[in-house]
Design a protein around this ligand. Sequence first.
Ligand code: C2G
Length: 129
Amino acid sequence: MRKVITYGTFDLLHYGHINLLRRAKSLGDYLIVALSTDDFNEIKGKKSYFSYEQRKLLLDAIVYVDEVIPERTWEQKKEDVINHDVHTFVIGDDWKGKFDFLSEFCEVVYLPRTEGISTTKVKTDLNKQ
Ligand code: C2G
């Protein structure tokens, strides 16, 4: 079984996230999403609208997602890749180059982001109304 892993906050789930998850799953047979916890979001400087539990409930309902685990630290990726026997790490190309160190342990793929959508844009546009 070819396992793929990706990481993120996935707040206010939108079609950019779904495009990423669909393409990530197409790289293997089993997709793990390491979902940023509320505490880790603080470390990332993000305050998500939905809690970890709410964001996990949404991700668990997505056909492309096979497993959701917590992302608690920046440093857990190598351990996750090894412990979950992951073949491919994938993330949007806004992170291009940042996780190349993982190529010692797995394939590293950066996918083009979906243009014109982001959680921040959704919040901004709604605030304008
Ligand atoms: N994404 C995308 N297109 C968008 C918006 C997001 O492809 N228009 C992708 C991002 O590139 C990322 C994933 O969707 O791969 C989740 O996005 P975020 O929740 O913003 O993830 P981020 O906060 O960047 O967390 O350790 C890594 C971090 O946890 C990544």
